[in-house]
Design a protein around this ligand. Structure first.
Ligand SMILES: Nc1ncnc2c1ncn2[C@@H]1O[C@H](COP(=O)(O)OP(=O)(O)OP(=O)(O)O)[C@@H](O)[C@H]1O
Ligand SMILES: *[C@@H]1O[C@H](CO)[C@@H](O)[C@H](O)[C@H]1NC(C)=O
Ligand SMILES: *[C@@H]1O[C@H](CO)[C@@H](O)[C@H](O)[C@H]1NC(C)=O
Ligand SMILES: *[C@@H]1O[C@H](CO)[C@@H](O)[C@H](O)[C@H]1NC(C)=O
Ligand SMILES: *[C@@H]1O[C@H](CO)[C@@H](O)[C@H](O)[C@H]1NC(C)=O
Ligand SMILES: *[C@@H]1O[C@H](CO)[C@@H](O)[C@H](O)[C@H]1NC(C)=O
Ligand SMILES: *[C@@H]1O[C@H](CO)[C@@H](O)[C@H](O)[C@H]1NC(C)=O
Ligand SMILES: *[C@@H]1O[C@H](CO)[C@@H](O)[C@H](O)[C@H]1NC(C)=O
Ligand SMILES: [Mg+2]
Length: 679
């Protein structure tokens, strides 16, 4: 250790530390504090969430439980401010970590971070992209007083991540102030060499802060290599404006849905001195990973290959007969163009097993496109929802798959992610992540038990979530995607009651290849913009129309087509408009809220709903404007005159009356097609 330590007591401490025995002083550790762990067997860390220390001394931050977080803190707080001038002192952290994903890399999960925070209580932090550090509400807020260096294995577009394998410097926000591809610069030639964070290989990281030139360096290297001179990523930031005087240092890791483990093998820290060297010879061993690429290759070569050759000869007959049987039972369709989507292709057999043979007891619901089953993948135990869509034509299939696979690959927090698909003769199976809380319509119309009525705040949050999902589809993805089937049953809720829009792009499959004179109108009655009856062509503005109806639905707790007293059907839009004209908007708001709502927000929602459902497409706002209204950045315009809305009633009576009459408005089979073909 390079820093001289003056007293006998400190020398003793150093000795103990280098033996891997942590001595946690009961006071706030001061100016020259140092610690060092090679393995954590005897360490007194504060753990929460999924974090644990194995008997061998390995710190496991997340153990593979989906949507979980794990934290480990140095037990005592440290004093970061200089007692004479109050600025944050120089400090230095070093650690050895490894991330192991039990799947192939295309399904990587979220990452981990070393961080300094004012408290050990991070119970409000969320998993997935928030890395267990922050949440939707406090991300970016200066009152967090959090400094972190993230090792991120997922590309989150909302945080402008550069890729899915980077190291970043974070101040109070997961949007890094500086980030860089994970890796290191060779000392000899200055060439950058990247490292795969989740390769299940131990790597060492150094984080240094310098008080005088307010500089933060983060450096990484494979285990055993000396610290490279040039840092991987560096930033100038005055941490005196961020850290509290007394703060805790620790690690955080978070999972989304994929079974990943985050390990820390060793850790050291120095205040006003370089972090003490970690004794690499004493580090605990990583558990053997079944899926490490190198290890697997080795196994194949040394053991399995000779055995397999022998076994193969013996079992050829069995395999052939099995294949013949499977060919009929689990037959699938494959085309050349699918090669590039290989990783997203599920085998029918796996889906068949996952759903226990598409058993009715796993049926989640039936929609206009087909039935949806719940399931659990046999090996990974990942819970999924499988949608069986009957579809014969190959037309447009390639474009369709390409589109939904690539949208699904990006992690937008308000979309139900598509995990993959499978094709069979006459049908397409789409595999989505499972949303245990189900769809929004069940909450609005009380199929779920009564006391689970959504509060106004929750509803407003849901409206905002769907608006941002639509902005994403309309504007932020590489091309414009029209959803075409926005409605309450396509809005699913995740564990935290965030809204997730499902079925994106699906309607599109049905309006390609318009070969006959009739145009198909795809969508659901009550949500269809009037111009669709004439043009049959979905546009972002027809989505805005449906979104308007959806907003009214959520605010009023009424279906888009209401059953009035004399057995007549009334459009929800007209009904709300009527209330607006009579100045009785409060009566339109869902009675289940029992008057407990934010009046301004509720009126804003009603007004926006009406604006978006304007019969003339050109009078509707774009989704970008909608979100600005919702966030209160801009005042929405006044409602247009009643007359233009009456045109809506007229057009709807012309265009859709016959369908309204022939479909019971309360069933989920309200999806229509105006061609004789139907579906
Ligand atoms: N990923 C999912 N997780 C959990 N439940 C789901 C999931 N996807 C669909 N469901 C459930 O299955 C039901 C049927 O879904 P489906 O999408 O087939 O019908 P729909 O949304 O009513 O109509 P549409 O065909 O127009 O989308 C939904 O109401 C929902 O409750
Ligand atoms: C561990 O640290 C906590 C907090 O400082 C302390 O209360 C506890 O006594 C320590 N336990 C051991 C075994 O050292
Ligand atoms: C992970 O840890 C939690 C809590 O300690 C436990 O409930 C869960 O079963 C563990 N999961 C695995 C896969 O070990
Ligand atoms: C604390 O601040 C004083 C005044 O700026 C400075 O002289 C001293 O070196 C600082 N101490 C440390 C440990 O940085
Ligand atoms: C941790 O913080 C949450 C709110 O963020 C609070 O509800 C909880 O009581 C706190 N827990 C402890 C142990 O202080
Ligand atoms: C930041 O957090 C504080 C305390 O939680 C809160 O009062 C404030 O409104 C937040 N600021 C922003 C911009 O969200
Ligand atoms: C960061 O790296 C640069 C370049 O090697 C170096 O000059 C500087 O001293 C480093 N700063 C810290 C705080 O380590
Ligand atoms: C950093 O910020 C503190 C408090 O705002 C200030 O006193 C100090 O001078 C700043 N340091 C530098 C190098 O600017
Ligand atoms: Mg649906």
């Amino acid at each position: 250790m390079p820093t001289p330590m003056p007293s006998m007591k400190l020398l003793l401490l150093e000795l103990l530390l280098s033996l891997g025995l942590a001595v946690a002083p009961p006071f706030v550790a001061g100016d020259k504090h140092q610690f060092s762990f090679s393995g954590f067997s005897n360490a007194n860390l504060t753990l929460d969430g999924m974090a644990s220390v194995t008997p061998a001394g390995l710190l496991v931050l997340t153990n593979g439980t989906a949507l979980s977080t794990g934290h480990a803190f140095y037990p005592t707080p440290l004093r970061f401010h200089n007692s004479s001038d109050g600025t944050v002192q120089s400090f230095s952290v070093s650690f050895v970590f490894a991330i192991a994903s039990i799947y192939n890399d295309y399904l990587s999960s979220n990452g981990m971070a070393v961080f300094i925070a004012p408290s050990k209580n991070l119970s409000a932090a969320m998993p997935i992209q928030f890395l267990g550090l922050l949440n939707h509400q406090n991300n970016g807020n200066e009152t967090n007083h959090i400094f972190a260096v993230e090792l991120d294995t997922f590309r989150n577009w909302e945080f402008q991540d550069i890729n899915d394998n980077h190291i970043g410097i974070d101040i109070n926000s997961l949007q890094s102030i500086q980030s860089h591809d994970a890796g290191f610069y060779h000392d000899e030639n200055g060439i950058f060499q990247s490292l795969g964070l989740d390769d299940q290989k131990p790597m060492q990281v150094w984080v240094d802060y310098h008080r005088e030139n307010i500089q933060i360096n983060a450096t990484m290297a494979p285990l055993g290599m000396a610290k490279p001179t040039r840092p991987t990523v560096s930033a100038n930031y005055n941490l005196s404006t961020v850290l509290t005087d007394v703060a805790y240092i620790g690690f955080s890791a978070a999972l989304g849905k994929i079974n990943t483990k985050h390990y820390v093998l060793g850790w050291s820290f120095g205040m006003n001195s370089p972090a003490p060297a970690i004794d690499l010879t004493m580090l605990p061993k990583l558990p053997p990973g079944p899926h490490t690429k190198d290890r697997r290759r080795l196994q194949v070569l040394q053991i399995i290959l000779p055995l397999a050759t022998a076994a193969l000869i013996l079992s050829v007959a069995a395999v052939v007969s099995l294949l013949v049987r499977r060919h009929f039972r689990y037959a699938e369709l494959h085309d050349d163009w699918e090669v590039e989507f290989g990783p997203h292709r599920f085998s029918y057999k796996d889906l068949f097993r996952a759903t226990e043979g598409f058993d009715n007891k796993n049926l989640l619901g039936t929609g206009g496109f087909g039935r949806v089953y719940r399931g659990e993948l046999p090996r990974s135990k990942l819970r999924i929802a499988v949608k069986r869509v009957s579809h014969d034509s190959k037309q447009g299939m390639k474009e369709f798959i390409a589109e939904i696979v690539s949208i699904g690959r990006l992690q937008n927090q308000n979309l139900v992610h598509l995990l993959g698909y499978c094709r069979r003769h006459g049908e397409l199976l789409l595999v989505y992540e499972y949303m245990p809380k189900g769809s929004l319509d069940k909450y609005l119309y009380g199929e779920v038990d009564n006391n689970s009525t959504l509060s106004w705040d929750q509803r407003f949050w849901i409206i905002r979530g769907i608006a941002s999902a639509l902005i994403y589809l309309h504007e932020e993805w590489e091309k414009v995607v029209v959803h075409r089937d926005i409605k309450a049953s396509n809005v699913l809720l995740d564990d935290e009651l965030n809204a997730r829009l499902g079925d994106f792009g699906l309607a599109r499959l049905y309006d390609r290849g318009v070969e006959q004179e009739t145009t198909r109108v795809v969508g659901t009655i009550g949500y269809l913009a009037p111009e669709l009856a004439r043009t049959g062509k979905g546009t972002p503005l027809t989505d805005v129309f449906a979104f308007g109806t959806f907003v009214l639905e959520v605010t009023c707790g009424q279906r888009p087509i209401m059953q009035s007293t004399q057995d007549k059907q009334v459009m929800l839009v007209d009904w709300v408009l009527e209330h607006a004209q009579h100045g009785s908007l409060a009566d339109a708001i869902d009675v289940r809220l029992k008057g407990d709502y934010n009046v301004e927000e509720a009126y804003l929602a009603l007004k926006l709903g009406l604006l978006c459902s304007h019969p003339f497409a050109c009078a509707r706002p774009s989704m970008r404007q909608v979100i600005q209204y919702l966030d209160g950045h801009i005042e929405p315009p006044e409602l247009p005159a009643h007359q233009s809305f009456q045109a809506l009633a007229l057009m709807q009576n012309e265009g859709f009356d016959s369908y309204i009459m022939s479909y019971p408005s309360s069933t989920s089979a309200g999806t229509i097609s105006s061609s004789s073909g139907g579906r």
